[in-house]
Ligand binder design. Structure first.
Ligand SMILES: CC(C)(COP(=O)(O)OP(=O)(O)OC[C@H]1O[C@@H](n2cnc3c(N)ncnc32)[C@H](O)[C@@H]1OP(=O)(O)O)[C@@H](O)C(=O)NCCC(=O)NCCS
Length: 390
């Protein structure tokens, strides 16, 4: 193809993709100074103006001329705001890469640009599949890919590399016949408040309290899957992987915080939301910081959680039909939380819950169905949706 004459202009009337020009060098250079751009992409560091010159006046034009890569400048509001490209398309399977300026992030620009480019890959280049890759933790990019319909995400340990360093990588793909629509749920973590407590997303600054709570003797006794001892690294790992669990549609986890001080008092989660056979159930898990026990905080937290869990998905809830709680039969405090919240004891599995000493407890199952659940009159928690990370 000739450059720029043969570069097609792609537009959805909000975002326009067009051939790069030398006038794009300065805004491209500025974009590449952005810390997120440097963290999540493989651009050279320090990023010099000559890198932008080379990228826009050599690499991108040559890709079109040699039919090996197809790169566009993204225009929004008549301005350069970033780039997007297709590359490595041998055998009808190729990859996409993209970046947009910090000033216009969160406005749907990249979702629009990616849809245009994926359509181009299938309709004009005849590709069968487009691959998206990102370093683990790049939730902004992951959300764009999810919104466009990339699916079946996998994590490849050490699969990516930036500036000579191996990094864990997420990979997802979309096929020619797939709808350009999200597949599966990406749960938000709304703030739910009532009776002096606030359920809110976990943050890195909660790590110390998480560590204290999870190192506690009783937490360690009943939650045998937890590392022992439980260090600050474990706490940080738990916190960061909660955003990923929400993104994959598997689980929603809240910090239970004091409504006045915002200090973490405990954790409550719903997991098993993406079940292979039954996507309408959810299991509740919880633990409290030892200093906050005995004040019915968990009872209230579960009550707040249930109102969200049973609310239809179209109204911002989790759309659950059946909720369950499981605990060792000797764990009376945990069983009490389920019972006081209206759950029915429906099972007692013999010797099903392993202890660290090699013995087993019987495990109780409690359930609560949506059609028998009545939201408490006293608590109508306000629901807001903050960003997924702090
Ligand atoms: C990733 C990037 C391209 C997204 O561009 P964008 O124009 O902001 O994307 P969109 O507005 O279409 O969608 C972004 C979505 O991710 C969400 N998001 C952004 N950061 C997030 C985070 N840390 N956690 C969860 N969601 C996040 C936004 O809220 C938005 O979702 P919403 O529409 O439901 O509110 C942009 O952030 C970027 O250029 N980053 C640096 C370069 C980069 O990472 N490139 C991709 C390499 S794989």
């Amino acid at each position: 193809m000739r450059f720029p004459e043969d570069v097609p202009v792609l537009t959805d009337d909000v975002v326009t993709l067009r051939a790069a020009t030398p006038a794009d060098v300065d805004p491209a250079y500025r974009l590449c100074q952005d810390p997120e751009m440097q963290q999540w992409t493989t651009i050279p560091l320090p990023y010099l103006r000559e890198h932008a010159v080379n990228f826009l006046t050599q690499l991108v034009p040559n890709g079109w001329r040699e039919n090996t890569a197809w790169g566009w400048v993204i225009e929004y509001d008549g301005q350069y705001v970033g780039t997007i490209d297709l590359h490595d398309g041998e055998g009808g399977v190729g990859e996409v890469g993209f970046a947009v300026s910090p000033e216009v992030r969160g406005k749907g620009v990249m979702t629009r640009a990616l849809k245009l480019v994926v359509r181009y890959a299938f309709d004009e280049l005849g590709w069968k599949r487009v691959i998206w890759r990102a370093f683990v933790g790049n939730l902004g990019s992951r959300k764009v890919a999810w919104k466009v319909g990339f699916h079946d995400l996998v994590t490849i340990p050490g699969g990516g590399r930036a500036r000579g360093v191996r990094k864990d990588e997420w990979v997802a793909t979309i096929g020619r016949d797939d709808p350009l629509e999200p597949k599966g749920n990406w749960w938000t973590v709304p703030v739910l408040e009532g009776d002096g407590i606030r359920l809110r997303p976990l943050r890195e600054s909660d790590a110390q309290r998480v560590m204290e709570a999870c190192n506690d003797e009783r937490t360690q006794l009943w939650l045998t899957g937890m590392p022992s001892p439980y260090g600050l690294e474990d706490a940080l790992g738990f916190i960061t992987t909660r955003s990923e669990a929400a993104a994959s549609g598997e689980a929603v986890a809240w910090a239970i915080a004091d409504a006045q001080t915002d200090e973490l008092l405990g954790n409550v989660s719903v997991f098993g939301l993406g079940g292979r056979m039954d996507k309408t159930r959810g299991e509740i898990g919880y633990w409290m910081h030892p200093a906050a026990r005995g004040r019915q905080v968990m009872t209230t937290a579960v009550q707040l959680l249930l109102s969200h869990a049973f609310r239809p998905i179209e109204d911002g809830g989790l759309g659950r039909r059946r909720m369950i709680v499981r605990c060792a039969d000797a764990n009376t405090a945990s069983a009490h939380v389920a019972e006081i919240n209206g759950f029915t004891k429906v099972g007692n599995e013999r010797q099903a819950d392993p202890r660290r000493d090699g013995s087993y407890d019987n495990m109780l199952t409690y359930d609560l169905l949506a059609d028998e659940y009545t939201a408490p009159q006293t608590t109508t928690p306000p629901v807001t949706t903050p960003p997924a990370t702090d």
